[in-house]
Write a protein that binds this ligand. Structure first.
Ligand SMILES: Cc1ncc(C[n+]2csc(CCOP(=O)(O)OP(=O)(O)O)c2C)c(N)n1
Ligand SMILES: [Mg+2]
Length: 541
């Protein structure tokens, strides 16, 4: 049995769990962890950031772009709290991320001595923002706690987990056994009777509609086979894009389903809540609801499900796909009908200019496996409606958390995890400045993300609401900004300002393949049409 420090035992456990990159920001409580990371730097690379939120967002970007578990590390107290905007986004996006946080010495915990970085009940805060959290109480516990943390990440509903390691545990030495280090992946047992009932219900439905979200991100093949067999249109919004290629005649953004909702007799939610249709458009008295979700607590949030199958979406659909031929023949293709539908949908979104032109240009320049990261800015909002992608994990969106400033920092994690892929992050001037310091991280670690910064010198989204909904009573929304191009150059990044589409295309082409980040500033006004009408579509019932 090797004699190791708590730091070494923790790092070796992370390596055993398959972690090759750790996003972090050091400090005194974690010095023995980084001392161990020094020992193992050939096996695990540290990407250090300029603020703890950057470490959290990078770990999130790593997961979203790859589906692999990721880890970030920060000091306790303020360092941990600095990362909680990111942690809440990780939670909201159901990401498999470990928050590895330092802690004050064991003897000082709960005593209120006022030691460095002491906050009340750090574990209690972490427990609220994770699905499972534990403390490592001695070096020999590290393998067991870390393997359990990864088993939790790989089992049931993905959500972040937390591990806290006091500084005296990191520094002390014990004999460490990795014998019982095992990462389990447990998913709920699927109820066979329910599968048959579901197959029967699907077979009887005349106009089913399918909604997919992050819970089906790993189940593309099964979802495609399913919707093709029953010839149901399939809808995705912020977190489900790419599960079914946008180019597939059955695949559309969720608001497009509004036109078909009137006749829908079976709503099938796969790893999704189908929140927009179920809560905003009203429901036909005859509407049936089938929920397929790994989380037994998620089925009935929007309405009582008629059939609620708890299980991994991929496994459930594999079963349903196998048994469907016993219940119904494959439906005739609705491709020509959907062509008509697509035409009408395109007419409905045509007003979204110039956002669509920008997005079309980006789409043309971004390879099919390139990653687009959205933001709370006009082009980002429009992307939820009109962005097309044919591959899962290439459209990264903040989901329901709507965390301004997440985009650039999350894009850095996507790039760190997938250096061979082109990554484009869009941002407003307000949101970009939330993580501007990570330009230094991008230059230092050679993360060649391309940032398209739409600068209106405003918290434009809020300003529009003040103008339109609050009788032009504008307050706290005008922004003094730096000269972004000079600023990016000062960081050592590439940068240019463009004023038209041709200039933007040229700038993106020049940035392509660069190992350094490129910030492209696009000065804009604040009079673009809003996407709000898709959030407030009229009730059908
Ligand atoms: C963490 C967080 N803080 C505040 C907000 C509220 N908010 C949403 S959009 C926005 C303004 C964004 O400004 P900018 O990034 O410049 O984009 P623009 O709307 O001007 O295109 C604000 C303040 C938020 N969504 N998240
Ligand atoms: Mg702005």
């Amino acid at each position: 049995m090797p004699s190791l420090t708590g730091g070494q035992a923790t790092v070796r456990s992370l390596i055993k769990a398959g972690i090759k990159q750790l996003y972090g920001l050091p400090g005194v409580q974690n010095d023995w962890l980084y001392n161990a990371l020094y020992d193992y730097q050939d096996e695990i690379k540290v990407i250090h950031t300029r603020h703890e939120q950057g470490a959290g967002y990078m770990a999130l970007g790593h997961y979203l772009a790859t589906g692999e578990a990721s880890v970030y590390n920060i000091v306790p107290g303020p360092g941990f709290l600095n990362s909680t905007g990111a942690l809440s986004t990780i939670y909201g996006l159901n990401a498999k991320t470990l928050c590895l946080v330092g802690q004050i010495p064991k003897k000082a915990q709960g005593k209120n001595w006022g030691v460095l970085h002491e906050i009340p009940d750090q574990m209690g805060i972490m427990e609220r923002l994770t699905k499972w959290s534990r403390k490592i109480n001695s070096p020999s516990e590290a393998p067991q706690v870390i393997s359990e943390a990864f088993s939790q990440l790989q089992s049931h509903r993905p959500r972040p987990v937390g591990v806290e390691v006091p500084m005296d545990v990191l520094s002390s030495t014990e004999d460490i056994s990795f014998e019982n280090f095992e990462i389990k992946s447990e998913t709920p047992t699927i109820n066979q009777d329910q599968l048959e009932q579901a197959a029967q219900m699907i077979a009887e439905a005349k106009n089913p509609l399918v909604f997919v979200a992050s819970g089906a991100m790993h189940a593309s093949k099964e979802v495609i086979q399913f919707v093709e067999y029953i010839q149901s249109p399939v809808f995705a919004y912020r977190t489900g894009k790419g599960i079914v290629p946008s180019s597939h005649y059955l695949s559309y953004p969720v608001p497009a389903a509004h036109a078909l909702w009137k006749d829908c007799d079976l709503c099938i939610a796969i790893g999704s809540h189908a929140r927009m249709p179920l809560t905003k458009w009203g429901q036909s008295p005859d509407l049936k609801f089938l929920s397929i979700n790994i989380d037994p607590n998620a089925h009935h949030n929007m309405r009582q499900a008629d059939i609620a199958i708890t299980g991994d979406s991929k496994a459930v659909l594999e079963e349903i796909n196998k048994m469907l031929p016993n219940f119904t023949d494959a439906k005739d293709s609705i491709e020509s009908k959907m062509q008509d539908f697509a035409k009408k949908w395109n007419e409905q979104t045509a007003y979204l200019e110039p956002q669509s032109s920008y997005l079309n240009l980006i789409r043309e320049e971004l390879p099919p496996d390139g990653i687009f990261v959205d933001e709370l800015t006009q082009v980002g909002f429009a992307s939820r409606i009109v962005w097309d992608t044919d591959q899962p994990r290439t459209y990264l969106c903040t989901g329901h958390m709507g965390t301004l400033g997440w985009g650039f920092q999350t894009a850095l994690g996507a790039k760190a995890a997938c250096p061979e892929k082109m990554v484009i992050s869009v941002a407003g001037d307000g949101g970009f400045m939330f993580g501007v310091q990570e330009l230094a991280t991008a230059v230092q670690h050679k993360l060649g993300v391309i940032i398209l910064l739409f600068n209106n010198n405003l918290y434009g989204n809020v300003r529009s609401m003040q103008e339109n909904l609050y009788d032009n009573r504008v307050i706290a929304t005008d922004l003094h900004n730096p000269d972004f191009v000079k600023m990016a150059h000062a960081f050592g990044a590439n940068s240019t300002r463009v004023h038209d589409m041709d200039g933007l295309r040229k700038a993106i082409r020049e940035a392509k393949g660069e190992s350094l980040p490129t910030l492209i500033e696009i000065p804009v006004g604040n009079d673009w049409p809003s996407t709000n009408r898709f959030k407030g579509l009229p009730r059908v019932f």
